[in-house]
Design a binder for this molecule. Structure first.
Ligand code: NAD
Length: 261
């Protein structure tokens, strides 16, 4: 399958799952607009490395996904400099863990802005161009937490359930415009977002990181292994293929049996 001639914008692609998806799309020939935070020199090295490895055009936007006007500007920049946004992967996300009574209001607002509202703003900005070209793929990185809950993750679970709902609305609005909109719902993926939760818990409970890792997996998943960013990238590539053209409005689990239980 080739994505040659297509342009993919992947939010939060300087790390973890977003980077895995960006690499997988680039490997199929897509041009890229990267986005996310991090050290400027490291990001430039990443950008240039991807461009060289896959012989694609690769740009980077430092837009902050909590700022609607920066999201719209990033989409406009990709369209102006790369010609289109054919594939939008709404992936940027953060986590914060606390009981509701202790949950800082500012953290709630920030998680809703980055994990949920950014998906709306990105979708709103990218859809007109996709409609005009008669082809588009929107892939929202939700979570197993878009389908089921865990304690102490009020904002995250609310945002991810919201993403699944928004995915359905967008999908049916553009169902006959050549555009599909789906949500990927990963279980545990060992990225900095999860490594921090594991390290915090290990410190709190005076246990080893390996013990806590094993507990994280067995507590939630039937399968006691992590999914990888490469595997999530593989699913994103499939959703961009012709075989997936009638898959729309669907949360797709890739979670080692988390929500099957
Ligand atoms: P990560 O921390 O490795 O990557 C997050 C990315 O988002 C980084 O590139 C970061 O710079 C970027 N980002 C954060 N805030 C931003 C902002 N305001 N503006 C722009 N970019 C911003 O985490 P990850 O695990 O790769 O998470 C990616 C997505 O996958 C998130 O939406 C997360 O909720 C989801 N997810 C992760 C897991 C998991 O187990 N790791 C499971 C299910 C869903």
């Amino acid at each position: 399958m080739s994505l040659k001639g297509k342009v993919a914008l992947v939010t939060g692609s300087t790390s973890g799952i977003g980077l895995g998806i960006a690499r997988a799309l680039a490997a199929q020939g897509a041009d890229l607009m990267l986005n996310g935070f991090g050290d400027a020199a490291a990001i430039e090295k990443l950008r240039a490395g991807l461009a060289a490895e896959f012989a694609n055009r690769v740009l980077y936007s430092g837009a902050d996904m909590s700022k609607p006007e920066q999201i719209a500007a990033m989409v406009a920049e990709a369209e102006a400099k790369l010609g289109a946004v054919d594939i939008l992967v709404n992936n940027a996300g953060i986590q914060f863990v606390a009981d509701i009574v202790d949950f800082p209001t500012a953290k709630w607002d920030q998680i809703i802005a980055i994990n949920l509202s950014a998906v709306f703003h990105g979708t709103k900005a990218a859809l007109p161009g996709m409609k005009k070209r008669g082809w588009g793929r929107i892939i929202n990185i939700a979570s197993a937490h878009g389908l089921v809950a865990s304690p102490q993750k009020a904002a995250y679970v609310a945002a991810k359930h919201g993403v699944v709902g928004l995915t359905k609305v967008a999908a049916i609005e553009v169902a006959n415009a050549g555009i599909t909109v789906n949500a990927i719902c990963p279980g545990w993926v060992l990225t900095p977002l999860v490594e921090k939760q594991i390290a915090d818990k290990a410190k709190q409970e005076g246990r080893s990181v390996d013990q806590v890792k094993a507990d994280f997996l067995s507590e939630k998943q039937a399968m006691t292994r992590f999914s990888t960013p490469e595997e999530i990238g593989g699913l994103a590539v499939f959703l961009c293929s012709d075989s997936a053209q009638t898959i729309t409005g669907t949360p797709l689990s890739i979670d080692g049996g988390w929500v099957a239980q």
